[in-house]
Design a protein around this ligand. Structure first.
Ligand code: ADP
Ligand code: MG
Ligand code: MG
Length: 917
């Protein structure tokens, strides 16, 4: 039997490279893309990737390597040594490598990299001899001890980067060095001795002098880090499931710390915040590794690179630009790259699809497909087809375009505190919180609490709190700092590097000049400009919303709106199912229509019962003792309801409108507080006792399974008679207007479990409707159908379709009844279920395709066996959830229906499902 391959080689040439970008699952994103770049003959330092499968094995066996792995590693290492002409641990000319983690999905900062592995007390001398630069040698060694101590040994011994950092600070003080780079070779050598002592103190063993031992411990540390708390938390928050583990990359080192013609940096092919198509980035001369993002020295802007004193930088810059353009075209997606320049020569160390805000995502997609800059009108390369462009977007991207921004006038008047880098756009308002765990706890306790996390910088341990916060504000760090990268990925408002902030974690204060702000004080962040304000600034709708909903002419000229319109147009050209909306007022209907809704999939009539005086009419109905007085009470509601429907029908002229008959249990309409019951008694002129008794009698142990839905109208047929009168009456009225409205009412009977229930009510509805239409002398056609929300209805859909002209899957109740989880009480146990991975996600948010989805599919299939042209749709919350929409396309539904602001998202998801096929 052939051996399983765990160790792969990349670099030197295409022939020697064993992987490519399609192998992310096994090589991790970093390894697969390094191989892909090597295949394209880009300058990549050669290396080895140990697969994620080896990590999975390691996790499963509690710390064993697969038996084949070590031998394979030896062979590949020999290949690397031969090609590099250097040997690991060779005292005369050592090969140095970095040890880098990398899972299939990029997880910024989750597992740290160790650089310069292979240095020992003897090999450092050989290395210095070879490169002729003692400073570089000792700088590499001190970095290696620091990283190895922190990343590899830290988890077991408590040794941290900070332990080394204080020594670095004190030696800098001792020799009056401003920057790390001011330390001489001799001084760095002294630091290495100190570092070794720091190491020995905590680890209780000397710093390992055998490179194979260094390597082994490092590989184990990377594998082990996969299951660390912070990695698990990141995966949980970002819903990253089903990965094998992390790969380990052993990359031959190149050195950015070899003097003035060397350096290291990061760059984006396009701006991940605004989406602007100019490459942007940061770099540092004479630096190594993550110095750029660590905020130790302030990095320079990429644009400055060609103007450096040494000519090599202009050349490196030109090379980098060329490579970035190639990478973007190759990957058909903007890239985030890491590079190092060693004595003038450029090396690519990483490329990956760049993180971005929703705005940037939309801008990239639209501009890459049209070859046009939407803001400046300039031409740019056409890289994507429209279909490809749509596939790069997610529902959240579009959603972000609909996010609020600050009210412009209010922002002008607001008291500016300071400003920083605009790292993540949008507006955030919240109370100052200094600790991530406190932010997290506060929001857990009060889900509506608004906090802004304020820190020197953030680290991966803070992701929980960053997620919980409305926005993040840091005093150090650049556009590529941890806070910036993570926040952008989430589309969260973030301001970085606001250097005026003096944060005191102990006193829980932040001081700017004379002013002191305490934890709990309100601040407002404008993540698009980097401005930080006192207090709470009111927010304002986005240009898309004001163009679409308010029909604002100026907003329609806004490039953001134009891009939204483009994406929506392309979505419509590609999708195969309709998108309707859930709306029960003319205003919502109009907005939804402007967002592209092609009808109403769910108009909930009960919401109309609460407004103004109507609640009193329904209460009168509830208190009534006989049919006659019930009818009298309902008569008062009739004219209101009919008016409501007229408004909705007008807004939806020419489009179908599904109206659901009254659904909730009656107790929702009566007051439960004694004071309110007294008012009810007084107002309706009945004794208090009558009110309290009636309220009592409406009490149910399981109201969700009680007297509601069609059951109400079976007990009180006059209810469905009144509602039919209102719906059909309104339809006839608007159809007879001078400018007639085209009405397509669909009367939907909720909570049917048996055909007999539906038959009973359908007869009443039709009789009433026909009578009104006959009298009105106008031709109005209507349909009668039902909601499929009780499992029994799905199971007997063939029988029910005999009566029902359409089905609408009410997946909220269907989920509730299929799982037996009360949707109002799931909060008490859902977090445990998610933690323990008993549920993959909240089934009320994301349709449970394996269970509830089966009932949907079965309902459609059985229903259409009886009635081939049965119209089927979905009207639960799932109608606006992209994954669920894709399921609905596959299940053969005719439409999905969702809340107005989710209509654009559903349109996109429907197009994506169709494109994917
Ligand atoms: P992360 O996943 O956190 O981005 P990386 O593995 O990319 O970590 O390593 C961080 C940085 O270390 C890189 O951006 C690069 O600057 C540096 N680095 C990693 N490997 C090498 C190498 N072989 N030679 C030089 N620098 C390296
Ligand atoms: Mg990192
Ligand atoms: Mg990296």
């Amino acid at each position: 039997m052939a051996q399983k391959k765990y160790v792969y080689f990349y670099g030197v040439s295409k022939e020697l490279t064993e992987g490519d970008t399609s192998m992310k699952a096994i090589l991790g994103g970093k390894g697969a893309n390094l191989a892909e770049m090597a295949n394209a003959n880009l300058p990549v330092p050669p290396g080895i990737t140990i697969s994620t499968e080896a990590c999975a094995y390691y996790s499963k066996t509690g710390g064993k390597y697969p038996p084949e792995m070590e031998k394979q590693l030896k062979v590949q290492l020999k290949k690397l040594e031969d090609n590099m002409g250097k040997k690991l641990g060779d005292p005369a000319d050592p090969l140095l490598v970095s040890v880098r983690s990398g899972a299939a999905v990029s997880m910024p900062g989750m597992m740290d990299t160790v650089l310069n592995l292979g240095l020992t007390d003897t090999s450092v001398l050989g290395f210095i001899e070879q490169c002729g630069n003692a400073r570089t040698g000792w700088d590499c060694y001190r970095r290696f001890i620091d990283m190895f101590g922190d990343v590899v040994m830290g988890p077991y011994t408590g040794l941290t980067h900070h332990d080394f950092e204080v020594e670095l600070e004190s030696i800098k003080k001792k020799y009056k060095a401003q920057e790390d780079t001011d330390l001489t070779a001799e001084q760095l050598k002294e630091l290495v001795d100190i570092y070794k002592k720091v190491y020995q103190n905590k680890v209780k063993k000397p710093f390992p002098q055998d490179p194979m031992e260094q390597l082994d411990l490092s590989i184990r540390a990377v594998f082990g880090s996969w299951n660390s708390e912070r990695a698990e938390k990141y995966r949980q928050i970002n819903k990253i499931n089903g990965l094998l583990g992390t790969a380990v990359n052993l990359c031959s080192m190149v050195f950015g710390n070899m003097g003035k013609e060397s350096g290291t940096g990061v760059a984006f092919t396009r701006d991940g915040g605004t989406g602007h198509s100019m490459p942007m980035g940061e770099y540092l001369i004479d630096a190594q590794g993550e110095d750029v993002v660590a905020g130790i020295r302030t990095p320079k802007h990429l644009d400055d690179m060609p103007n450096e004193d040494s000519k090599v930088w202009a050349k490196a810059y030109a090379d980098l630009q060329k490579i970035m353009a190639r990478l973007e075209k190759h990957y058909k997606y903007p890239q985030d790259v890491e590079f190092t320049v060693q004595e003038g020569k450029l090396f690519m160390l990483q490329t990956r699809n760049a993180k971005r805000t929703g705005l940037a995502g939309v801008r990239w997609a639209v501009e890459m497909a049209t070859g046009k800059d939407f803001f400046t009108g300039e031409n740019q390369p056409k890289i994507l087809t429209q279909k490809e462009a749509l596939m790069t977007l997610s529902g959240e991207d579009l959603e972000q375009l609909l996010f609020p921004i600050f009210d412009i006038e209010a922002e002008k008047k607001a008291q500016l505190i300071t400003s920083g880098l605009p790292a993540g756009p949008g507006a955030a308002v919240g109370m100052i919180t200094f600790e991530a765990h406190e932010a997290e706890a506060e929001v857990k306790k009060h889900p509506r609490a608004k906090v802004v996390l304020v820190r020197h910088e953030t680290s991966p341990e803070d992701v929980g709190g960053m997620w919980a916060a409305q926005g993040v504000l840091t005093s150090t760090g650049g556009m590529t700092s941890h806070a910036a990268v993570v926040a952008r990925g989430w589309g969260k408002c973030c301001i970085c590097g606001a250097g005026d902030l003096k944060i005191d974690y102990k006193k829980k204060t932040v001081t700017v000049g004379e002013k002191v702000y305490k934890a709990g004080d309100w601040i407002s962040l404008n993540g698009s400009t980097g401005k930080v304000y006192e207090g709470q600034i009111p927010t304002q709708v986005s240009p898309v919303v004001s163009a679409v909903v308010d029909n604002n002419a100026a907003a329609k000229k806004d490039p953001i709106y134009k891009m939204y319109a483009e994406v929506s147009k392309w979505s419509d050209a590609n999708r195969t199912i309709n998108v309707r909306t859930n709306a029960d007022t003319p205003k919502d209907s109009t907005a939804a229509r402007a967002f592209g809704a092609e009808g109403i999939g769910l108009c909930r009539t009960e919401h109309m019962f609460f407004e103004g005086d109507r609640i009193w009419a329904i209460r009168e109905f509830i208190l009534a003792d006989d049919e006659k007085s019930r009818k009298a009470a309902l008569a008062k509601l009739l004219k209101h309801q009919q008016k409501d429907f007229e408004g909705i029908f007008k807004a939806m002229d020419g489009l179908p409108v599904t109206v659901r008959l009254l659904d909730p249990p009656l107790h929702e309409f009566v007051p439960h507080a004694r004071k309110d019951q007294q008012e009810m008694a007084k107002r309706l002129g009945v004794p208090l006792k009558k009110v309290t008794e009636r309220v009592q009698s409406l009490h149910e142990f399981n109201p969700m399974l009680g007297h509601r839905g069609c059951r109400l109208s079976i007990t009180y047929p006059e209810l469905c008679v009144m509602q039919t009168k209102a719906i059909i009456g309104a339809a006839c009225k608007v159809a007879r207007l001078k400018k007639p409205i085209k009405v397509l009412p669909e009367i939907m009977i909720p909570l049917i479990g048996t055909k007999a229930e539906l038959d009973f009510l359908e007869k009443i509805v039709r009789k009433e409707a026909e009578a009104i239409i006959a009298k009105a002398t106008v031709k109005v056609s209507y349909m009668v159908g039902t909601m499929i929300e009780i499992p029994r209805a799905a199971l007997t859909a063939d029988e029910i379709a005999d009566t029902a002209e359409f089905f609408s899957f009410g997946t909220n109740d269907l989920t509730q009844m299929t799982f037996g989880y009360s949707r109002d009480d799931i909060g008490s146990f859902l977090p445990d279920y998610l933690n323990e991975k008993i549920l993959p996600s909240d089934p009320f948010q994301h349709l449970d395709q394996t269970g509830v989805g089966q009932l949907v599919k079965m309902g459609v299939r059985l229903g259409r066996e009886t009635r081939p042209n049965l119209k089927c749709g979905i009207c639960g919350e799932h109608g606006g959830d992209p994954e669920s929409v894709k399921f609905c396309v596959k299940a053969g539904l005719d439409y999905v229906s969702c809340s107005p602001y989710r209509v654009p998202i559903a349109r996109l998801a429907a197009a994506q499902a169709a494109i994917k096929g």
